[in-house]
Design a binder for this molecule. Structure first.
Ligand SMILES: [Zn+2]
Length: 294
């Protein structure tokens, strides 16, 4: 059986990152799983509290576990952006491999205190579950934004990263390094890109000495992503790009087959539309390994 911590360690040593894709229906899950299978690289699928509420926490855990068992494939399940211990306990009991315990909206000391308690409580349920904590401000909501007011504020410092990791015992840290959730309209149109503070990532990695996650990866410049992974990012989250591809794919499929009502005839091209995004992101995140393996 695959263990997420071991695969993250391997990714770290090989200079690649594991792609994390948010899912909230079978189309997105199929797209993430089959893209990863085609490239033979591990993959994380994640659901925020809202996404879990829609799909069912225990139900999605059973689905992902069945894929992992039937295909012997390293697909892992993350409880993304969890804001209360009760929701975290629910995910831990359902068998999630990791959790993003996100109290970054609270003052730093309060974030430290409550995250430490959550690490202890969640590890008591499942010692191998990885707990990720979040510091700094990367905005909320994987949606299309009008303006980029969040981009320059609330960047994490190496010192607070070190202090947070030492005090809480988290396995993974999500810092604010120029990333943000969601995409600007101009990014959806392909006119602008997000840029990352690569030196800050490297300094945070040296100070914190844990796995690092980049949230809000959608719309980020490819070269910045490569450099960020080299500087110490081990997991990259993509959500908004998938949502955009899902919607465009569905609109095109419905337009093309305007009288069709059979879902399994309408939805495969939506899966393909999302797969295109997942595949290209996975290739980028794993480029070092794929080049050697090819
Ligand atoms: Zn996120």
């Amino acid at each position: 059986m695959y263990v997420l911590r071991e695969l993250l360690q391997e990714a770290h040593e090989s200079g690649v990152a594991i792609g994390h894709f948010n899912i909230s229906d079978l189309v997105l899950l199929k797209a993430a799983f089959s893209s990863a299978q085609a490239l033979n690289v591990p993959v994380l699928v994640g659901l925020s509290e809202g996404e879990r509420e829609f799909v069912g926490t225990r139900q999605i855990a059973a689905f992902v576990q069945s894929l992992r068992e039937e295909f012997g494939f390293p697909i892992f399940l993350n409880a993304d952006h969890t804001h209360s211990l009760a929701k975290g306990v629910e995910a831990a009991q359902a068998g999630f491999d990791s959790i993003v315990f996100d109290l970054s909206a609270l003052p730093f000391e309060e974030n430290v205190c409550q995250t430490k308690q959550a690490v202890e409580a969640l590890k008591a349920i499942n010692p191998s579950m990885l707990v990720e904590g979040e510091i700094g401000d990367i905005g909320t909501g994987s949606v299309i934004h009008e303006s980029s007011s969040v981009l320059s504020k609330g960047l994490s410092t190496p010192e607070e990263a070190r202090q947070f990791v030492e005090s809480t015992g988290v396995d993974i840290l999500a810092p604010a390094v120029g990333n943000m959730h969601g995409m600007l309209k101009s990014m959806v149109q392909g006119e602008t890109k997000k840029h990352l503070d690569i030196e800050r990532i490297a300094a945070i990695k040296r100070a914190a000495q844990v796995f690092l996650t980049l949230h809000g990866g959608s719309g980020t410049d490819d070269e910045d992503l490569r450099k960020a992974i080299r500087a110490g990012i081990n997991i990259v989250h993509i959500n908004t790009e998938l949502r955009v591809a899902w919607r465009r794919g569905l609109e095109q499929s419905l337009t093309k087959q305007s009288h069709e009502v059979v879902l399994y005839k309408i939805l495969p091209s939506v899966v393909d539309s999302v797969k295109e995004v997942v595949g290209s992101r996975l290739k980028l995140f794993n480029s070092r390994q794929l080049v050697h393996g090819a």
